[in-house]
Design a protein around this ligand. Structure first.
Ligand SMILES: [Zn+2]
Length: 201
């Protein structure tokens, strides 16, 4: 039986991944956006960079076989498999308290930025900043003229992506708590996702 770790709906979870180990991230109930970060375990100032990956890949949508790079332009995480329909986002910042305030939320609302901080704190770590996440399963189509829109994820229940670490990593997932804009499905209800780490270092 695979040893699945739960990322609870609206919350985050960090994991240690040795170089060449693999990670399978499962969209257990479907349509859940998962903000994803990867930090060099030896130096948190180096992390997966969507901007640098755009230049390395010459596209904004990583697919099977593509390697995301760090802010030092070094390979960090490779897409090995994707059964989700291949729609992810590398353009949109992590949600944060101010984002929900601007959406009209009064009082506390969970956010991916807070989840990143909390998940790393569980390991005694802190992020050097809130890097732009790889928004797994997030559907942000780019329209004519460069417009973008927030659309429901197309990832089906049980669909997954498999990633390989290209250096020793701390990986963080946040099951995005967005429940106002329908990125997590039309019911605007964040759900648990799961992951497993496998393979020898
Ligand atoms: Zn979020």
């Amino acid at each position: 039986m695979p040893d699945l770790t739960t990322v609870p709906a609206r919350k985050g979870k960090a994991a240690i991944l040795a170089s060449s180990q693999k990670l399978r991230l499962v969209n257990t109930y479907g349509q859940q956006v998962v903000d994803t970060w990867a930090f060099n375990r030896a130096d948190m100032a180096e992390f997966m960079s969507t901007e640098h990956s755009h230049a390395a890949l010459l596209k904004i949508l990583p697919t099977t076989g593509d390697t995301m790079v760090s802010n030092r332009r070094r390979p960090i995480l490779t897409f090995l498999e994707d059964t989700s329909g291949g729609i992810h986002d590398t353009l949109i910042a992590a949600c944060d308290a101010r984002r929900y305030e601007m959406l009209g939320v009064a009082g506390h609302h969970d956010s991916c930025a807070d989840n990143l901080r909390a998940a790393l704190a569980e390991l005694g770590l802190a992020p050097p900043e809130i890097p732009a996440p790889l928004n797994m399963f997030m559907n942000i189509p780019v329209g004519a003229g460069g417009s973008v829109s927030f659309e429901p994820s197309i990832a089906g229940p049980g669909s997954h992506v498999t990633l390989r670490a290209e250096m020793d990593l701390v990986v963080v997932f946040s099951a995005c708590p967005q429940d106002i804009v329908p990125i997590n499905g039309a019911d605007c209800t964040p759900k648990d996702v799961h992951f497993e780490i496998f393979g020898s270092p």
